[in-house]
Design a protein around this ligand. Structure first.
Ligand SMILES: NC(=O)c1ccc[n+]([C@@H]2O[C@H](COP(=O)([O-])OP(=O)(O)OC[C@H]3O[C@@H](n4cnc5c(N)ncnc54)[C@H](O)[C@@H]3O)[C@@H](O)[C@H]2O)c1
Length: 419
């Protein structure tokens, strides 16, 4: 599993990049696949070494290491961070651990890839950005993975090329249904001390980031409502997967996060935005839906049809104008040439590989691959404004922006830069 390709096509040796990953469940599995596949499908400037994975249970983490392709296992993330064979720490744990692990790793001279949302509070996110600023030669990247879906990259490209003109409306939804059933038990995602917030930070954060990334604009203010529909749930004795299914003891406990978030916003370019994040939309499994209307056209995307982008060009004759269904699987589309022939389609896991590829290429080039911790902080500020607005009868609440150029496009991704 740890076989690597130590030489570039011209025969020179690639410098080694030792990766240490903390957490090995949902995201740990997705990131492991990315680290395994990235050097096999893309020509990378560094030799990725899946050095070590950390968990808390010795038996389980050793089994995960063997299954997922890591050379070694640790039972304490601090031991992983301290290892000489770890150059980059990949944080795949719940939000309450992000700041501690990421800041410790940055101070130890390691690069960091941290899962989203960046932290559980603005204060934590600010401390992470400060640690990254104090380590300017190190990568500090946050895992807003959906940016690296080829159709999302195409949406961004069409905005940059002026194909939809000035952005007037952003309509963004992230709809799931995995806790719509009140008997679904409690899990860390429903615990504010672990997750920071509920649907808002877990999935709302993604659509805030995507709205900012695609438009190149920041959300400047919000008016919000939050709701917790099911306030008490069974306590699970064991969990399997995201759904939190598992045997229950008969006891119940409180849900301490929002089940759904709905908010209006203004974009820095003058456009209006609406956002919805819920895990109570029966029938919607992972529906990231974005529609952007500009002065020259429109874009529409739904992750449940993730290889497709819809584009309306308002300059076309009205008689034949209509939304064009673009199947984003041509070799000219971002990342696709490394995979399969046109029309064969990519899936959920590919964006994680693209994230690893862009990270490694950016790191080797001495750049700060996006989204950076500063980009993560900007999203955190939006989430914070949403919570403050909702707690104050939906009062209009500006998003504080003390970090300059913190919107999603502070620097282009390598894929964008290559165009
Ligand atoms: N990028 C995405 O699209 C995406 C998707 C899902 C989750 N996430 C994010 O990834 C992170 C992890 O979520 P998940 O779904 O993988 O959760 P999960 O519950 O499936 O896995 C969490 C892992 O962290 C481990 N862990 C928890 N505390 C730890 C500690 N103190 N030390 C070591 N290990 C610890 C657990 O044992 C488990 O292996 C969260 O921040 C979540 O928001 C991102």
């Amino acid at each position: 599993m740890t076989e690597t390709r130590p030489e570039t096509p011209d025969g020179t040796a690639r410098p080694r990049l030792g990766v240490g990953m903390v957490g090995y469940a949902f995201m740990g599995v997705a990131h492991s696949q990315a680290w395994r596949n990235a050097p096999r499908f893309f020509d990378l400037p560094l030799d990725v070494d899946m050095a070590v994975v950390a968990g808390r249970d010795a038996g389980k983490v050793a089994a995960a290491a063997a299954r997922l392709g890591w050379r070694d296992a640790e039972t304490d993330w601090k031991a992983l961070v301290a290892r000489d064979d770890v150059d980059l720490v990949d944080v795949c744990t719940p939000g309450d651990t992000h700041a501690d692990i990421a800041i410790t790793a940055l101070r130890a001279g390691k690069h960091v890839l941290c899962e989203k949302p960046l932290a559980n509070s603005v204060a934590e996110a600010e401390a992470m950005v400060a640690a990254a600023a104090a380590a300017p030669d190190q990568v500090a990247m946050v895992g807003f993975t959906y940016r690296r879906v080829p159709a999302i990259q195409l949406a961004r490209r069409l905005v940059v090329e002026g194909r939809i003109g000035q952005v007037r409306h952003v309509r963004a939804q992230y709809l799931q249904d995995w806790i719509a059933d009140p008997s679904t038990p409690l899990s860390w995602r429903l615990d504010r001390t672990k997750a920071g917030s509920g649907a808002l930070g877990d999935i709302g954060a993604h659509v805030v980031d995507l709205a900012q990334f695609i438009t190149g604009e920041a959300v400047t203010g919000v008016s919000a409502v939050l709701e917790t529909f099911v306030r008490e749930r069974p306590v699970a004795e064991a969990f399997t997967g995201l759904s939190g299914s598992g045997s229950t003891s008969g006891a119940t406990g409180p849900v301490t996060v929002d089940d759904a978030a709905v908010f209006l916003g203004r974009m820095s370019g003058g456009g209006l935005a609406s956002f919805e994040a819920t895990r109570f939309a029966y029938g919607r499994k992972n529906a990231i839906r974005l529609e952007i209307n500009g002065s020259a056209g429109s874009l529409a995307f739904d992750f449940e049809d993730m290889n497709v982008l819809h584009f309306f060009d308002a300059s076309e004759p009205a008689v034949t104008a209509g939304f064009r269904r673009i199947v984003v699987t041509e070799p000219e589309h971002a990342y696709v040439a490394a995979w399969w022939p046109a029309g064969h389609g990519l899936g959920y896991e590919h964006a994680f590989t693209h994230q690893a590829v862009d990270l490694v290429r950016g790191l080797a080039a001495g750049e700060h691959p996006t989204p950076t911790f500063a980009d993560g902080l900007q999203v955190q500020r939006v989430l914070d404004a949403v919570e403050r607005s909702a707690a104050d009868e939906s009062r209009w609440t500006p998003v504080t922006t003390s970090t300059p150029a913190a919107a999603g496009t502070s620097t282009p991704t390598p894929e964008e830069a290559a165009r």
